[in-house]
Design a protein around this ligand. Structure first.
Ligand SMILES: Nc1ncnc2c1ncn2[C@@H]1O[C@H](COP(=O)(O)OP(=O)(O)OP(=O)(O)O)[C@@H](O)[C@H]1O
Length: 284
């Protein structure tokens, strides 16, 4: 008999239902649950070590959860990994690119790995190259590419099999401001046809690209809403939020919180070193 929670994934591209992950006796994720609708771009935020990459690895079948269930495109990540992998594109935090390969050969190799039929391979490759703006470097060795173009190659390998769901782990880290805007435009464009979860530490990125924001802190999901929703919710949940951020007494005219304020309040006191020790502001 099918689990009603999982079968509700018909209306959702991603359903995460009580996922936990422990590494030895360290709890990296503690009963995370959320859903993502088709076509949504969701920003996945959290301090270093919050559990973002762990969640993404579980959703892309690179790692098993310790407990809980998740489905992507209607398929269970634990028991239907082949179906999930063929429907999801993944840009890991550190893309394993083969430096001495020509960009074209590398993408052709990925297309082969993805078992794209030979007759469709050229078209899929051309489409991925077009969408990620790689045409001008297609015959260059990967080692010669700038960080921005390497990131484009990473995105191209993630979309070559035309997945409906994209999981992008810090796609803009280390890019200069121009490259950042270019890659952001590529992601926005991909979001027209795909469901996307992207993790980032660049908060402007989220305001510019994402429909919704999920914040995780020390392995727990602490916020999940649109930016407007989070702005409204913050003063209700944390009436003292401005004081807590060390900004003194709130001014007469209440200030609207920024995403940075929201992030700081929900993740206060959390660093990777003390994630098990310090209580977060969200708890006090
Ligand atoms: N293979 C592993 N073995 C043991 N602990 C791990 C392992 N992978 C991750 N962790 C720990 O789990 C926690 C969550 O790690 P994760 O990489 O998911 O965080 P993150 O939110 O992606 O962080 P960052 O923003 O720094 O990339 C961290 O404390 C990390 O040290």
């Amino acid at each position: 008999m099918s689990d009603p929670k999982i079968s509700s994934s018909n209306q959702h591209s991603i359903v995460v239902d009580g996922i936990s992950k422990t590494y030895g006796d360290f709890s990296a994720l503690n009963q995370i649950s959320f859903k993502v609708r088709p076509g949504e771009i969701v920003g996945f935020l959290g301090p270093n070590g919050a559990g973002k990459s762990t969640t993404m690895k579980i959703l892309t079948c690179f790692m098993d959860a310790t407990a809980g269930r998740a489905s992507v495109a209607g398929f269970d990540v634990g028991t239907q990994s082949k179906q999930v992998r063929s429907r999801v594109g993944y840009l890991p935090e550190n893309v394993p690119l083969y430096d001495d390969m020509i960009v074209y050969d590398y993408l052709n190799f990925i297309a082969e790995m993805r078992e794209i039929p030979r007759s469709e391979r050229r078209r899929s490759l051309d489409e991925a190259v077009e969408r990620t703006g790689l045409k001008s470097v297609i015959h260059r060795e990967i080692r010669e590419l700038s960080k921005g173009y390497r990131q484009r190659v990473g995105l191209a390998q993630a979309i070559i099999h035309r997945p409906k769901v994209l999981i992008l782990d810090e796609p803009t880290t280390g890019l200069d401001p121009n490259q950042l805007i270019e890659i952001r435009d590529v992601i926005k464009d991909l979001g027209r046809e795909n469901t996307i979860i992207l993790s980032t530490h660049i908060l402007q990125e989220v305001s510019a690209v994402c429909d919704r924001i999920i914040i995780i802190n020390r392995g727990e999901l602490v916020a999940d809403d649109t930016l407007d929703g989070l702005k409204q919710e913050l003063p209700t949940r944390f009436p003292d939020w401005q004081n807590a951020l060390g900004e003194g007494s709130p001014p007469d005219a209440p200030k609207e919180p920024t995403l940075e304020d929201i992030f700081r309040v929900y993740t206060a006191g959390s660093t990777e070193e003390n994630r098990d020790a310090a209580p977060s502001l969200a708890e006090v």
